[in-house]
Write a protein that binds this ligand. Structure first.
Ligand code: LLP
Length: 415
């Protein structure tokens, strides 16, 4: 359990909001977010980097809800986007375009044009043809785009293979050995101010050592580039700090990380950019679900709940572990069960062989640490409307995205 979620009189609360009341009034499945947890995690970054020229760019892919983006934007956050859709979201949320960085291996012409038009901080470019396209589009509209090359520091992030990105064999970035030559070629492009270097080695890192190793390698690259006359002014170290999904997981040493990278940035005299997503949004959210049925089959106990892989795909996709808590504590003891959803897939589980409170049909549970890569990865598979999202601020709560309707499911279709 984390700071924002706690029991009061046997009922799980988010800040001062009674989650049984939320589940009953808003319905389930339902995502609930704590504004205090979100902003508290955000402030850890701001405070760790205070006084240094920096930009903490929340990775919108982790959670794109407008209400959350607006809270962050009001606090002065920057944003890391990976699509035109995310650009649209952050602008709607009131973000300062000058604090937006655009990452991603496959930016389209239309997406680049929209970002140029908005006047974003910079583009993290991942290939030579992308640098050429960016330069051409900037020249055509009389602009000069600030850009960084995303370099692959070849550090093993030692995380799940699907979310590790910093090794040579991955599709992301440019290999370190090839980076300098590419910088020299791209520095002459007329539409680009090639003033940055960026990297991102992977996600859900609980040990900061690989992140620091990558930062050192990037700092060395900045020095080599400057020696060649390429004036690097900003360094973007990406995201990647993990969150404890299990009670026994350590919390990453964020303070130590920030102290180390700010020292590096100060020595280099660069503006430091970070792109945290999960660390800021993950612990701030939970997915509420209701038990529909219980059954024993094949010697196993199943809790069939109304949330599934369509609301939270992480267990199915990465075998991810999320803690489960009952919304109301009971004295019924504990059971070991698979917690599964209604979707017609064997991989549709939220937990397997999990020891959990002895929940009965009608009882509610909360799937914890679901604020990042939860709703954003939700789908309409099995024609399931996506759930509602609720934001808690103190004892007040409100629906910040209504549950989809059946009409939403067919919008745009021509029978
Ligand atoms: N910057 C870039 C360039 C990224 O690719 C990512 C994440 C981030 C920042 C944010 O990383 P974070 O601070 O959240 O670790 N769906 C997966 C996670 C995919 C992460 C992809 N890139 C999951 O549910 O675990």
């Amino acid at each position: 359990m984390n700071g924002a979620f706690h029991y009061r009189d046997g009922v799980l609360h988010c800040e001062n909001a009674d989650l049984l009341e939320v589940a009953e009034k808003a319905g389930t499945p339902c995502y609930v977010y704590s504004s205090a947890a979100l902003m508290g995690a955000w402030r850890e970054f701001e405070e760790g980097l205070g006084g240094l020229p920096h930009l903490v760019c929340f990775a919108v892919k982790a959670n794109g809800n407008l209400a959350l983006l607006r809270l962050l934007a009001r606090a002065g956050a920057g944003f890391d986007i990976v699509s035109g859709g995310e650009l649209f979201r952050v602008l709607r949320a009131g973000a300062d375009p000058a604090k937006v960085v655009f990452s991603g291996v496959g930016k389209t012409r239309a997406e680049i044009e929209a970002a140029l038009e908005a006047g974003i901080h910079s583009f993290n470019c991942e290939s030579e043809p992308e640098l050429h396209l960016l330069s051409d589009l900037a020249v055509r509209t009389g602009r000069r785009a600030r850009a960084a090359i995303r370099v692959n520091p070849d550090v093993d992030a030692a995380t799940h293979p699907y979310i590790s990105t910093g090794l040579q064999r991955h599709k992301f970035g440019i290999a370190m050995e090839e980076a300098e030559a590419l910088y020299e070629r791209a520095a002459t492009l007329p539409g680009i101010a090639l003033e940055g270097a960026s990297c991102h080695i992977g996600s859900q890192l609980l040990d900061i050592a690989p992140l620091l190793e990558a930062a050192e390698r990037m700092a060395a690259l900045v020095r080599r580039l400057r020696a060649k006359g390429i004036p690097i002014r900003f360094l973007d170290l990406g995201g990647g700090l993990g969150v404890p999904y299990r009670k026994e997981d350590p919390k990453p040493d964020v303070r130590g990380y920030l102290a180390a990278v700010r020292r590096l940035a100060a020595e280099l005299e660069v503006e430091l950019l970070l792109e945290p997503g999960r660390y800021i949004a993950g612990p701030a959210g939970a997915l509420l679900a209701r038990v529909l049925y219980r059954k024993r089959s094949g010697g196993k106990e199943f809790l069939i709940v109304d949330a599934s892989m369509t609301e939270l795909i992480r267990p199915a996709l990465y075998e991810a572990h999320h803690e489960m808590l009952p919304l109301r504590q009971s004295a019924r003891g504990r059971i070991t069960a698979d917690i599964v959803g209604p979707v017609c897939e064997s991989s549709d589980f939220l937990a397997e062989e999990r020891e959990i409170e002895n929940l009965l049909p009608g009882d509610y549970l909360a799937v914890m640490t679901a604020g990042a890569y939860g709703f954003v990865m939700a789908s309409n598979y099995n024609a399931r409307p996506r759930p509602c999202e609720v934001l808690v601020e103190g004892s007040a709560w409100r629906v910040v995205r209504r549950r989809e309707t059946y009409e939403d499911l067919i919008r745009g279709e021509e029978p």
